[in-house]
Design a protein around this ligand. Structure first.
Ligand code: FE
Length: 285
């Protein structure tokens, strides 16, 4: 072991994404939000969708409600049209991000804007603190050219959706959880160290290639479709394998509040979830 005082993050637990189906029958890989990892405060769900088969995605996600949290859609391939009951509409293109604060509620659809070709990306759900669960809905949506891309080390390329890398600031603002959301590409055998904000919960999700995460005796291999829950110190040490790697590194300040969820409603009490059902059914979203 080295004798420096750097507090390196270690892998506390590895979780494998599980095949799942959501919306009107979209096939995806559920990483957070399933039985094995119900949540990772402040994160409530992580889905990876990635397929070349139109029958896996064509049905899309027709009208459905959300209340009490944020949905983050990050597209890698393909185009998705979103439309809500407040008149907001747009198309997410490859490399774009939509950070949607559902707050007190909206009803929207997310439908593929293509009938063939590859559809690939992620949806992450980020919880809101009790004080923000009933705020007005809000969108932070950014085209690919609004997301800074930096090369902080040899063979390392990082798209900064949220957080900061080498002075490049991601466009997303959310003071409640101060999220970090990085899309990191490592060339074969390339390495990088990144210091997370103190006190954040964090995970790494590898979606291409493989890598080793952690320093010294704590180093652990991670393969594609594996999520590592991080603990210990704040400095994440990454080293790609011989084929390179691509991963999401995501972190946020934990809320440490009660979570009562039912489908698309995530509140602090059962009473609030029941109220969400009533408000939805009575058209108050
Ligand atoms: Fe949705």
């Amino acid at each position: 072991m080295s004798t420096d005082s750097t507090q390196y993050a270690r892998v506390d637990r590895v979780v494998h994404g599980q095949p799942a189906s959501d919306g009107a029958g979209v096939r995806l890989t559920r990483v957070i939000g399933g039985a094995q990892l119900p949540d990772l405060d402040p994160f409530l769900l992580l889905d990876e969708f990635g397929t070349d088969r139109p029958e896996d995605y064509l049905a899309g996600f027709p009208d459905h409600p959300h209340r009490g949290f944020e949905t983050v859609t990050y597209m890698l391939d393909g185009r998705m049209r979103h439309k809500d009951n407040h008149g907001n509409e747009g198309v997410l293109v490859p490399g774009s991000v939509q950070w949607m604060t559902a707050g007190r509620g909206l009803v929207h659809s997310e439908m593929p804007e293509q009938e063939s070709g590859r559809m690939r990306g992620f949806q992450l759900w980020v919880n809101l603190p009790a004080s923000d669960k009933m705020v007005a809905p809000k969108y932070q949506e950014f085209a690919p050219d609004r997301i800074p891309q930096v090369e902080p080390a040899d063979g390392v390329s990082v798209k900064v959706v949220a957080g900061q890398v080498d002075g490049a600031q991601g466009p997303i603002a959310q003071p409640a959880t101060e999220p970090v959301y990085l899309d990191i590409t490592l060339a074969p055998d390339a390495g990088w160290q990144y210091a997370l904000p103190d006190g954040h919960n964090a995970f790494a999700y590898v979606f291409e290639g493989d890598l080793v995460l952690g320093a010294g005796d704590d180093a652990r291999p991670l393969a594609a479709q594996q999520l590592a829950m991080l603990g210990g110190g704040a400095v994440v040490d990454l080293r790609a394998g011989g084929d390179g790697a691509r991963l999401l590194l995501v972190a946020g300040r934990p809320l440490r509040e009660p979570v009562v969820r039912h489908g698309p409603f995530v509140m602090n009490t059962r009473q609030e979830v029941m109220q969400a059902f009533v408000d939805y059914q009575e058209g108050r979203f």
